[in-house]
Ligand binder design. Structure first.
Ligand code: SF4
Length: 377
């Protein structure tokens, strides 16, 4: 089983914290769609022996496409690849695009999962982040989407400067009122070369407070557990039966094709990444070439990646898999490095799997980094 990720590199406006690849110039939208379709055709042999289980439209803002355009791309997937009978087909969407008409159209399309970029239900947060939607649109689009879609995820951001614990709790409670079965939630991070970084450096916005973010994370974990969500990955919470099949496959190291500018691919051994420039992407594809660079992952890279993603999920790191896939040296290194963390109550072993404890959860990336190998020949 494997997945196809399609990157739609357009947004209506730039959120202050964002460092993803997108352009606010939608002039090349039609040419881009044709190029995405062509890339799907050019790369079909890479998935000759694969069955596609998930199709994921990410971005950027995929909901800037109309349903006919999305359909065109989905049809290109079906005509070039073998797809399971019940694929998960997700569209990332922003609230300001989700009018009643657009949701009704999407409900008639093969899209069967919406991932809505709510981020906050509060006007002050949305303004500070320069989101294109307002608080009223955030609430209205979920209520409308619920009438047509069962499988809905929303994104929420915590640790926003000025966001009190009370406001964060209120955000979570508002999300719960709508009864969405999946929530992805991330701490606001300050990336280099973003407007947010500039504003903080100039003292226009207070810096992000890690302790506040950690407090928000613990509130989130507790509130969502009480509401019946499983924290199946550090930033992802799903009701049973609603875990993202796309993301789960990615964390479990399955193959995926990344289509579109800046999209990443993985074939089990090699990682590839497309050029992150819309005009150059379109030009190279027009010459029937792939605007992609690749690197073969070493066994150490794959070990590090497995430890990182494994520790972020409820499935943990299988010690048996470490032994069989990476060998005795890696197993010995991992168990030895993990020992101190186990004594400190940050990690534990259950049924031959290494897992992060409740105490260690917020720190899981740092814990994983301590278990990384720089090189082991
Ligand atoms: S809508 Fe998403 S991709 Fe676009 S600028 Fe905002 S955060 Fe970035």
């Amino acid at each position: 089983m494997s997945g196809i990720y399609v990157h739609i590199p357009f947004c209506k406006q730039a959120c202050h914290y964002c460092d993803f690849h997108f352009s606010t110039n939608l002039g090349k939208k039609e040419a881009m769609i044709l190029s995405l379709i062509k890339e799907l055709e050019l790369r079909k042999d890479e998935f000759r022996d694969e069955v596609v289980e998930t199709i994921y439209f990410g971005g950027g803002t995929p909901s800037v496409l109309n349903t006919a355009e999305i359909d065109q791309i989905i049809r290109a997937v079906y005509s070039n690849y073998t797809v399971v009978a019940d694929p998960e087909i997700t569209l990332e969407a922003n609230p300001d695009d989700l009018s009643k008409e657009q949701i009704e159209e999407l409900a008639k399309s093969p899209i069967n999962r919406l991932s809505i970029g709510i981020q906050s239900f509060f006007e002050e947060d949305l303004k500070m982040m320069n989101r294109a939607h307002n608080a009223q649109e955030a609430a209205a689009c979920i209520a409308m989407a619920k009438l047509y879609f069962d499988n809905i995820s929303i994104d929420l951001i915590y640790g926003i400067p000025g966001m009190t614990n009370e406001r964060w709790i209120s955000n979570i409670e508002k999300a719960l009122v709508f009864g969405v079965p999946h929530i992805s939630s991330y701490a606001l991070t300050v990336e280099p070369k973003t407007a947010l970084k500039t504003f903080i450096d100039k003292g226009l916005i207070p810096p992000v407070d890690d302790e506040l973010a950690e407090a928000h994370f613990h509130i989130l974990v507790q509130k969502l557990a009480e509401a019946g969500f499983v924290n199946y990955e550090i930033s992802n919470f799903g009701k049973p039966g609603y875990f993202s099949r796309n993301n789960t496959a990615y964390w479990q190291g399955k193959k995926y094709l990344g289509i579109g500018p800046s999209a990443h691919s993985y074939d089990g051994l090699r990682r590839g990444w497309n050029i992150n420039n819309n005009a150059k992407y379109i030009k190279v594809i027009a010459q029937n070439e792939l605007p992609m660079e690749t690197e073969v992952l070493s066994i150490t890279d794959r070990y590090n990646e497995y430890v990182m993603t494994g520790l972020r999920t409820i499935w943990g790191v299988s010690l048996e898999r470490i032994k069989t896939e990476f060998g005795q040296k890696f197993y010995a290194y991992l168990t030895q490095q993990a020992q101190k963390k186990i004594e400190d109550g940050l990690l534990y072993i259950e049924k031959d799997h290494l897992l992060v404890s409740k105490k260690g959860k917020f720190l899981s990336d740092g814990i994983a980094a301590d278990l990384f190998l720089v090189n082991l020949s």
